[in-house]
Design a protein around this ligand. Structure first.
Ligand SMILES: [Zn+2]
Length: 237
């Protein structure tokens, strides 16, 4: 089993601390800031740093953590030139171990080219960076609508009960957008539910593949064209 802790960083980021309960080994996903990780770990050590993509709010803490813990930094092979202190590079389908837990690397172009996710099949956990958000998806900074659409199709194929750890708390905004462009009752309910959770000061993350398949307007887009239109509308929302 893998234990997960959510650490907050910047305005909306989540940094995920993982610990294998068999070996005690620890990993962190996308440490944009080292401070929350350092306070969390205290005297503990950090074996692996898993990176989904090169944006500063995902890698900003890597150098300092490496100085202290000398961790293994895992990233996409094609991103190695822009990930600080990368030590291990991976491609789609590769396996990454966190203690006794095994993650499969999924390449998900769209937000960036070379963006990857870590899918722990046994543990039913997905760490998908800025590709899929609860109720939304990442902006297209480098990839095309076609790239992102295909990445979402890939994620849609995962089992229902996979927990999805998205790197940002954007859920309320995403459902506000969905409500503004579609009158489906599911978006209204999802918005109310997300607002309730946030009012209690709790994260809306993780979500599940099942929930996103039925409540995420971007995942529900039937064609690349429909997806591209939604993404453009959201960019101007
Ligand atoms: Zn990003």
């Amino acid at each position: 089993m893998l234990n997960v802790n959510l650490l907050k960083a910047f305005d909306s980021n989540y940094i995920f601390m993982l610990q294998c309960d068999v070996t005690g080994q620890r990993a962190v996903v996308d440490p944009g800031d080292s401070e929350p990780v350092l306070s969390f770990l205290a005297e503990d050590t950090l074996h692996n740093i898993l990176i989904t993509h090169h944006h500063y709010d995902h890698v900003g803490g890597v150098a300092k953590l490496c100085d202290i813990y000398n961790s293994d930094v895992i990233c996409a092979r094609c991103d190695v030139h822009r990930i600080p202190r990368a030590t291990t590079t991976v491609v789609d389908g590769d396996e990454v171990m966190v203690g006794a837990s095994k993650a499969k690397v999924l390449r998900l172009d769209g937000h960036t080219i070379g963006h990857i996710a870590y899918y722990f099949e046994q543990e039913k956990m997905l760490f998908c960076g800025d590709t899929l958000f609860s109720g939304g998806c990442g902006r297209l900074f480098e990839g095309s609508a076609d790239n992102m659409f295909n990445s979402l199709v890939k994620l849609k194929g995962l089992p229902d009960d996979v927990a999805v750890y998205c790197a940002h708390e954007y859920t309320v905004d995403n459902f506000k957008f969905a409500v503004s462009v579609a009158d489906g009752r599911c978006y209204q309910q999802a918005l109310m539910q997300a607002e309730k959770v946030r009012e209690q000061g709790l994260p809306t993350i993780p979500t599940t593949i099942c929930y996103e398949r039925s409540h995420n307007i971007f995942m529900r887009a039937a064609t690349v064209e429909a997806f591209a239109k939604l993404r453009q509308q959201k960019d101007n929302f």
